[in-house]
Design a protein around this ligand. Structure first.
Ligand code: SAH
Length: 218
C-alpha cells in the first residue's frame, strides 16, 4: 500500500488538528503551518509508531535519538525565516530528516550533518521519497560546522551544546541567523543569533528541551 495515502491516521482531520494545536501554541507563520499540514510525518517514524505521528510529541527513531516535536520544528523554522529569504542553510542533527523536509521549500540549499551514520542513510532515502532535492547530507560532527560551504545565511541546530561552538558562529554570513538550543538538560534556552556588520545580536526565544549535542562521531 502507498505509505503516503490518506489512510486513517494520516487523514486530513488528524493533520488539521495538529496544525490547530501549533497555532494555539503560538506558531503564526502560515507558510510553516501549511508545510507541516501537507508533509507526511508518519514516514519518518517506525511503522509501529505511525499511528502517533500526528501527535505533537517527540518519538523514538532508534540509536537513542528522537524525531523532534512538530511544535519545536515549526518554531525553529519560523524563527529562522524571520528576517528575509534564505539561500544556504546549515542544519546540525539531521536525525530522521523531518526538520530538513519542513525547511526545504523555504531555502535554496540545505547542508545537513548527522553524527550517527545509519541515520544519514535513512534520512537520505526518506528525503528522496518525498522529492526533497535541495538537501546535501553528510556524516560528521556538527560542532565544527561544514566550513568548506560557509558562510551560511541560516544555521539551525537540533541538539543542544552547553555553550555555542565558536566555529558555528564564525560560519554565519552577515545578516545570517543561527537558531539553536543551548544549555544543560533542564535549563536549555532556544537562542537566535544574528550576525551584523559589527558583531552579533542575541535573542532568547524561550525554554526548550533537546538531546545534547555530542562531540565526535557514532
Ligand atoms: N532534526 C531531527 C531531530 C533529530 S534529534 C528531526 O527533524 O526530528 C538530534 C540529532 O542530532 C540526533 O540525531 C543526534 O544524533 C544528532 N547530533 C547530536 N550531536 C551531533 C553532532 N555533534 N553533530 C551532528 N549531529 C549530532
Amino acid at each position: 500500500m502507498n505509505r503516503h495515502a490518506g489512510i486513517g491516521m494520516t487523514s486530513a482531520r488528524t493533520r488539521d488538528r495538529l496544525v490547530q494545536r501549533l497555532r494555539d501554541q503560538g506558531i503564526v507563520d502560515l507558510r510553516v503551518l501549511e508545510r507541516v499540514r501537507v508533509l507526511p510525518r508518519h514516514i519518518f517514524v517506525d511503522e509501529a509508531l505511525a499511528s502517533r505521528a500526528y501527535e505533537d510529541t517527540a518519538l523514538p527513531i532508534g540509536f537513542g535519538q528522537t524525531i523532534s516535536q512538530p511544535f519545536i520544528v515549526a518554531r525553529m523554522t519560523e524563527a529562522l525565516l524571520q528576517g528575509g529569504p534564505l539561500g544556504k542553510v546549515l542544519e546540525i542533527g539531521t536525525g530522521c530528516g523531518y526538520q530538513t523536509a519542513v525547511l526545504s521549500p523555504f531555502v535554496e540549499l540545505i547542508y545537513s550533518i548527522e553524527r550517527v551514520e545509519p541515520l544519514v542513510q535513512r534520512a537520505r532515502e526518506r528525503l528522496l521519497e518525498l522529492d526533497v532535492r535541495n538537501a546535501r547530507l553528510r556524516h560528521g560532527d556538527g560542532m565544527k560546522g561544514w566550513p568548506t560551504q560557509a558562510p551560511y545565511d541560516g544555521i539551525l541546530a537540533a541538539a543542544a551544546p552547553l555553550t555555542l561552538p565558536e566555529a558555528l558562529v564564525a560560519q554565519l554570513a552577515v545578516g545570517g541567523r543561527l537558531v539553536a538550543p543551548v544549555g544543560p538538560e533542564g535549563e536549555q534556552q532556544l537562542l537566535r543569533l544574528t550576525r551584523t556588520e559589527t558583531g552579533v545580536t542575541r535573542e532568547i526565544l524561550g525554554p526548550v528541551s533537546f538531546v545534547p549535542l555530542l562531540g565526535g562521531l557514532a
